[in-house]
Ligand binder design. Sequence first.
Ligand code: OGA
Ligand code: NI
Length: 358
Amino acid sequence: MNCLQSWPEPVVRVQSLSESGLTSIPERYIKPTVHRPSVNTEFHPHVNIPVIDLQNIFSNDQTLRDDTLSRISRACREWGFFQIVNHGVSHELMKNMREVWREFFKLPLETKQEYANSPDTYEGYGSRLGVEKGAKLDWSDYFFLNYMPLTLRNPSKWPALPTSCRELVAEYGNEVVKLCGILMKVLSVNLGLGEDQLQNAFGGEEIGACLRVNFYPKCPQPDLTLGLSPHSDPGGMTLLLPDENVAGLQVRKGDNWITVKPAPNAFIVNIGDQIQVLSNAIYKSVEHRVIVNSGQERVSLAFFYNPKSDKLIQPMKELVTKNRPALYEAMTYDEYRLYIRRKGPCGKAQVDSLKSSR
Ligand code: OGA
Ligand code: NI
């Protein structure tokens, strides 16, 4: 039986709640004490995830090239997260994408409701992840759309307004897919593989890619809730375009949550669960979450670059040795993703549940 056809409860738009001017948040959004933002959020104003300049990635000077590769290698091992600048994507395009989505969320509720999503595909305008009745909810709305493969790309499900939205999404997707292709080569080489091997393990040209635009409305009691609960990204790799003005993303470092300070015109890159599996945990997908605030709303664009959905994903044989046996069982991304779509964000419970019994 497929239990993903509809939401278990009427959908409430967090933006509507926020704009109704309430001064305390509904019970459904109040997290248990241990999960609240203040716990283990020491303030580390001087700590940030690494910022890496990509301009030398194709340099003829091997020393410069190797230096960039080793910075990325270290960031993948130590953080699972890094920011990239001089990545080649037009800053104008990035700015226009942020702007057009900010405008989308400003449209009247009825207009957005035309795109209301359901849990069978998640495509469209949504306000929750997971279909567990009575689950605690996060303080955010989102718009989710498929970009790749082409068979799943359906621009008529993308917002018709603002009028430039569809065109911008197509252009942005094209640029970001190219950039992800470059990063895949870098990661592959850094893992000691041939430069195309990681991409081939994803299915070559037939990758999946989707965009989730997150909208975090102002919250009257930001200390009691989260914009997005702790999770690792289930897919391959994520390129996040954060809000240029409002911080909110926190990355787990040991027992602490580090607030990311976005660099100008940067993308935030993070490793997803599928690369953790393929790399046999040389690279790990790292937990992250989003905090909200009472002063400003926040918009972020998460572009997920994923393996072909029916390709079996398992530790690459070059990375399995006598001393480091395969840590995970094989599974397709289609099968894997169902778990999250039922349960919602759940830390690293899912990839951990894949652990091989051998
Ligand atoms: C996500 C995510 C972070 C953010 O969409 O998976 O982690 O800053 N977003 O919105
Ligand atoms: Ni995420």
